[in-house]
Design a protein around this ligand. Structure first.
Ligand code: HSE
Length: 441
């Protein structure tokens, strides 16, 4: 029976899960493929920890270089995470003729565009399904199942840690810092959790999805990114009273005319979605991606976006895809970014100032006559129309929170209005603005 030999870099949370599947599901994998996938070697700096697995027959070492250059390995799985040394090891594995599978969204978002050609030159494959949406095969859906469509929009809850925090803050009135600790203990959070809560992880994933959706190049640094660290339990409650739930969404839309995409809108920020939407029901560490196409209309993919077993499930599916074309070519697979390389184009990222949104505005103001009139008159100057306004009870300090929902306007216009509002003497702290998305189903 044909055999594909795997070398694993990193035996942390995900690496352990991948080893577990390759060992425990060996028989199932062979029955599905008619070929064998064998874990030959694994490298990690810590080989003393008990991972609850029988590694008999697997070469364990602490030297990743020994794996990327080994003669008896056909495919390297990179699960170290981060930019370096992951990038060096992946490049070295490709240079020595090995396929690569990774769960590393940071690597693909930042260095994918230099790694894909290295793989293509050698007829090798890079699989990265686990990098976005953990166990959900959302990129496979986009690249293959939806291949007949021009994609109209992508909306995703792409970070399990943030969704876990927002859910617990809403359901249990839990404290932000405590919930973050819980997410870290469950293995959801990044090594540096600011990547989760400040939206960077979501931006990395969104930039990959957007490029795959629209045939553009991955432009992670250009994604407008705001995290959840300024959201309070009071915001969650105010949004709820107005019929919305706050989710950290990654949003991508194409802009152009006559079917030609001229610019790509990409933004990550806490977003108000209708309480009755499917997206609002996605709780805990679950992720969900809504992809809409011109023929298929709305589709939605849901599942665990983080954690050992779900993420390992996607890694091993990629290994199996590559195995099914092994040896002797990988032509049965769609191109890694869903478009043939020669047709992928540089497309400008749309300036955030041009984005059209509806807004939630939270202000803390002095409780005195004329303040709401002053605020609403600035909004009127900018032709921003209000949908709802709530004034909450006064704080001990004689300040009072005001929450407003607006109709649609451009980000640039809203920012101009907000700077004038913040400059009013009666306004006590920086306004919080959140954006609302009505097109989420
Ligand atoms: N830190 C990520 C999350 C892990 O919380 O979703 C999966 O990429």
């Amino acid at each position: 029976m044909v055999e594909l030999r795997v070398g694993l870099l990193g035996l942390g949370t995900i690496g352990t899960g991948v080893a577990r599947i390759l060992i425990e599901q060996k028989e199932l994998i062979s029955r599905r493929l008619g070929k064998r996938v064998t874990l030959v070697a694994a490298a990690d700096r810590d080989l003393t920890r008990d991972r609850g697995l029988d590694f008999t027959g697997v070469r364990l070492c602490d030297d990743a270089n020994a794996i990327v250059t080994a003669d008896d390995i056909d495919l390297v799985v990179e699960l170290i995470g981060g930019y370096e040394p992951a990038r060096t090891f992946v490049a070295a594995a490709l240079a020595s003729g090995k396929h690569v599978v990774t769960a590393n969204k940071a690597l693909i978002a930042k260095h994918g565009e230099e790694l894909f050609p290295l793989a293509a030159e050698k007829g090798l494959q890079i699989g990265f399904e686990a990098a976005v949406g953990g166990g959900i095969p959302c990129m496979k859906a986009l690249r293959e199942g939806l291949a007949a469509n021009a994609i109209d929009s992508v909306y995703g809850i792409l970070n399990g840690t943030c969704n876990f925090i927002l859910t617990k803050m809403e359901n249990e009135g839990a404290n932000y810092a405590d919930v973050l600790k819980e997410a870290q203990a469950l293995g959801y959070a990044e090594a540096d959790p600011t990547f989760d809560v400040e939206g960077i992880d979501t931006a990395q994933k969104l930039s990959i999805l957007a490029a795959m959706a629209f045939g553009s190049k991955i432009r992670f640094e250009e994604v407008f990114t705001e995290g959840i660290s300024r959201i309070t339990a009071a915001d969650i409650q105010a949004a709820h009273e107005m019929g919305y739930r706050i989710k950290l969404l990654g949003i991508a839309k194409p802009h152009g005319a006559n079917g030609q995409v001229d610019a790509v809108e990409m933004r990550v920020h806490p977003t108000l979605v209708s309480l009755s939407s499917q997206m609002a029901q996605v709780s805990d560490s679950y992720n969900a991606v809504q992809i809409s196409g011109d023929f298929v209309e709305h589709t939605m993919y849901f599942g665990r976006g983080a954690g050992e077993r779900p993420t390992a499930s996607a890694v091993v599916a990629d290994i199996m895809d590559i195995t099914s074309g092994f040896p002797g070519g990988i032509t049965h697979l769609a191109p890694p970014m869903g478009f043939v390389e020669s047709s992928r184009r540089e497309m400008p990222t749309m300036p955030m100032a041009d984005a059209l949104c509806e807004y939630y505005i939270r202000l803390m103001v002095q409780d005195q006559p004329g303040v709401i009139a002053a605020v609403t008159s600035i909004l009127a100057d900018h032709r921003i129309s209000l949908e709802a306004l709530i004034q909450k009870e006064r704080h001990a300090s004689h300040n009072v929170p005001i929450v407003m929902l607006t109709h649609e306007t451009t980000e640039g216009n809203m920012q101009a209005a907000i700077s004038r509002i913040t400059a009013l003497d009666a306004v006590q702290e920086d306004a919080l603005i959140l954006r609302k998305e009505s097109a989420v189903v």
